[in-house]
Write a protein that binds this ligand. Structure first.
Ligand code: ADP
Ligand code: MG
Length: 309
């Protein structure tokens, strides 16, 4: 996230910091309640998913509290992406229910997300290769943005005024992430960390109330990961965040609460310190083929589960 310094951290600039039409928001507080007073709370209760004979998730429940960062961790194959996909309507659970802003969400479809105030980035990047960086971010503001390349093109605004406004918001979102200078480039030629920033800008330009992130730190170096952590902390308070992540140090640093999955089951939940001290978690990560166990060991040796208030 190099290059974003100076535009973030002391209160974001750009579309993220602009008061909404309903006004009254502060830079750090949650946005004001609409007349129906929905809170940006996501509740997932008793979620089970089976793929053919494979049980990917079994009776998993979690609550993402308004304005908090909720971490979802677990070894490879634990079911993190599956639960994430349930939250964004890509996978239909075989059991369980989801409540968003106090209302049950049934038969959620991906194209409905933006209308519900939900944005996501997927594992990997998923930018449209045939559009510039700026255009990729612009389609993120539109509720049909994720339906596909063709409808994304159709979704671009018709009137010059709309176009200018959207262009300004997209440019500001890119600036927020230190990626403004790539606006005219095509994603394919850009370094992976830059592509990830663009994907995040696309998710943020619609000013979501809930941001779903699947492994945003994958492929990032240490410095970029640190800046990503700072950014996520900045975002919380303005929106709720569900963070699926493999890097334990990042999760421990930025999350308010954490749910731990293993083999499709919830094995632990709590604050970072609580989860870190839970022997079930350490045990689950033994033998995992990534560096999570090492991260955890290094972290408990150095930081003792330090956690943002
Ligand atoms: N589309 C699918 N079809 C069949 N099995 C799947 C599918 N997606 C995931 N799985 C299986 O579900 C389990 C959980 O996978 P996933 O949610 O991707 O785990 P994680 O993201 O924690 O690594 C794994 O056993 C995986 O092989
Ligand atoms: Mg995954």
């Amino acid at each position: 996230m190099a290059g974003g310094r100076g535009t973030r951290g002391k209160g974001a600039v750009g579309p993220l910091a602009q008061p909404s039409p309903t006004a009254g928001s502060t830079a750090t507080g949650p946005r004001p309640a609409a007349p129906t007073a929905p809170t940006s709370r996501l509740e997932m209760t008793g979620i089970s998913v089976a793929f053919g004979g494979v049980t990917a998730l079994s009776d998993v429940s979690l609550v993402v509290e308004p304005g908090q960062v909720h971490g979802l961790i677990g070894p490879n194959g634990a079911g993190k992406t599956t639960l994430f996909n349930v939250a964004c309507g890509l996978v239909r659970p075989s059991a369980g229910e989801m409540v968003w802003r106090g209302r049950p969400v049934r038969r959620l479809r991906p194209h409905q997300l933006a209308g519900l105030g939900i944005s996501r980035t997927l594992q990997g990047v998923g930018l449209f290769a045939g559009m510039t960086v700026l255009e990729n971010v612009m389609v993120g503001a539109h509720r049909h943005a994720r339906a596909g390349f063709a409808s994304a093109l159709l979704a671009l605004p018709r009137s010059d005024a709309d176009e200018r406004a959207l262009r300004a918001r997209a440019t500001a979102a890119l600036a927020d992430l230190g990626a403004e200078r790539y606006a005219g480039r095509y994603p394919g030629g850009l370094p992976y960390p830059v592509q990830k920033r663009v994907a995040l800008a696309r998710a943020l330009v619609s000013e979501p109330d809930l941001l779903l992130l699947d492994e945003p730190a994958s492929g990032l170096g240490e410095d970029e990961m640190h800046e990503l952590g700072e950014l996520i902390r900045t975002l919380s308070g303005r929106m709720s965040v569900l963070l699926v992540e493999h890097h334990m140090d990042l999760v421990m640093r930025v999350c308010d609460r954490i749910t731990v999955l293993d083999s499709g089951r919830q094995i632990s939940a709590g604050t970072p310190a609580e989860v870190q001290a839970d022997p079930a978690v350490t045990e689950a990560y033994l033998g995992d083929d990534v560096d999570v166990a090492a991260d955890a060991a290094a972290l408990s040796a150095t930081e003792g589960g330090r956690h943002h208030g």
